[in-house]
Design a protein. Structure first.
Length: 460
């Protein structure tokens, strides 16, 4: 008779058994499962629930199993369903019946919950480190190109000139919010569920707080029903991952645009480009495009998790087996995407001459001309109308704003004076000097500030 089949008169149907097994993916949790089991076993011995000699045999056996798995020698068996039962069965083979004492005061329900929390707790710091590496790449490129101006866009139409560094630092801010979300997720994941049993707690004199301390959890859960069925912490991670991927996708789209001949603001390193199988002249930003596409995977993972959880009554249900693949996929999609972006941004070349040419488009000074009229006493809406008429006039004549004479300007409003002819890109940039603006002095100060943010995080 297979493990856990004593209540039944026959083994489970073979197809159903294979369909219900999770060992093909949850074997990834072997290290967390072993660490959690060792901490649980030691607590049982400290509390006198099992003997110290038995506990030592169990701990030694678990460490030996960990070595087998890491050497690729462990005999994973699908009929044992999951990583928990595979390890438990192998432990029994190694040390005999004493292995059965390990599961005292524990259910697979709180066992898998602690495994998952340990996994998420390990993933979050690694995720934050990779976000910080991408932020550093953005800051480094911004600093190297601090004085480079490009058009800023709305509706993908040239709007107002901005510094390229200011544009890159917008993504620093997005990523900083991502960091805060992962840090919040870590706080909520940092709760020990072990000791909740199957759903109602356990009848043994366990010491949950000592297990929490050994495993590095900040606290223990307060409700056993919630503990074994809660996967909010998984949703927290994947939701934060989805937002981060969205930010990467937006940056990826800009890289795709900027690297086109039509924009021509950047050139990607050959290390982050591919060519066409037919057109040898092509240099394609495939990795930016691919990450843009993979964003949908993580959205799908999040939707799958929310749908998985929405209809489950308390407490544990077999549906929860489906939480792991979505979590693993989100982790495996996000972490390399962050690393690739850090390398891609860090090695790209900014084409400063092309950027300067685009930033010098006189039409982008239209708002500054309207602001000029406001300073001369016109209400902004009146000034807006005057400049709109000016732009329409230039479009009809096929000329630039810079081709207008003072007389031309004054034919639209007597408020224009000689100084209108000195309105320039440099003035437009410098004038936006409020906090958060693109003025060179503001951007320089912001670069210093974000370097401090990164420096502080390197020291902690």
């Amino acid at each position: 008779m297979k493990p856990l089949r004593a209540r039944f008169g026959a083994d489970v149907d073979r197809l159903a058994e294979s369909y219900g097994a999770s060992i093909s993916f949850d074997r990834r949790l072997y290290r967390q499962d072993i660490v959690g089991s060792i901490a649980h076993c030691r607590m049982l011995a400290r509390q006198g629930i099992i003997g110290t000699d038995d506990a030592q045999q169990i701990v030694d056996g678990l460490k030996a199993i960990e070595g087998e798995i890491e050497r690729g020698e462990f005999p994973f068996r699908e009929e044992l369903e999951d990583i928990h039962m595979n390890i438990e069965a192998r432990l029994k083979e190694m040390i005999g019946e004493v292995a059965g004492r390990l599961h005292t005061a524990r259910s697979r329900n709180d066992q898998v919950a602690v495994d998952l929390r340990l996994f998420v707790k390990e993933c979050i710091p690694e995720t934050v480190v990779r976000i910080r590496q991408l932020q550093k790449a953005l800051v480094d490129v911004a600093a190297r190109n601090e004085q480079v101006a490009i058009p800023g866009y709305t509706h993908l139409q040239r709007a107002q000139p901005i510094l390229f560094a200011h544009h890159l630092l917008a993504y620093f801010e997005m990523l900083e919010r991502d960091v805060s979300r992962f840090e919040d997720a870590l706080r909520r994941a940092d709760v020990l569920p072990l000791g909740s049993g199957a759903l109602a707690g356990v009848t043994y004199p366990i010491d949950r707080e000592s297990v929490a301390q050994e495993l590095g959890f900040a606290s223990v859960s307060r409700n056993s029903l919630d503990s074994v069925s809660d996967r909010d912490f998984v949703v927290d991670y994947v939701a934060a991952a989805a937002l981060t991927m969205m930010h990467l996708s937006r940056l990826g789209e800009e890289i795709v645009l900027w690297s086109t001949t039509e924009f021509g603001f950047i050139e990607l390193s050959d290390s982050y480009s591919t060519s066409s199988s037919m057109m040898p002249q092509k240099k394609n930003p495939d990795f930016a495009e691919l990450i843009r596409g993979k964003t949908g995977r993580v959205y799908g993972d999040l939707t799958a998790l929310l749908t998985l959880l929405k209809g489950q009554p308390l407490a544990y249900n077999k549906d929860l087996q489906e939480d792991k693949e979505a979590l693993f996929d989100a982790v495996d999609t996000l972490l390399p995407a962050l690393a690739i972006f850090a390398g891609m941004i860090g090695t790209m070349r900014v084409k400063t001459e092309r950027a300067a040419q685009a930033a010098a488009d006189p039409l982008m000074l239209a708002t500054d001309i309207a602001d000029y009229l406001v300073r001369k006493g016109l209400p902004f809406r009146g000034a807006y109308s005057v400049v709109g008429a000016l732009v329409h006039h230039c479009a009809e004549k096929g000329i630039s704003l810079t081709a207008l004479t003072l007389a031309d300007y004054q034919s639209f409003s007597p408020a224009f004076g000689e100084d209108i002819l000195s309105v320039s890109l440099e003035q437009a940039l410098s004038a936006r000097n409020a906090t958060g603006g693109t003025a060179p002095s503001r951007v320089h100060a912001e670069l210093e500030r974000v370097r401090g943010v990164l420096g502080e995080n390197e020291r902690t």
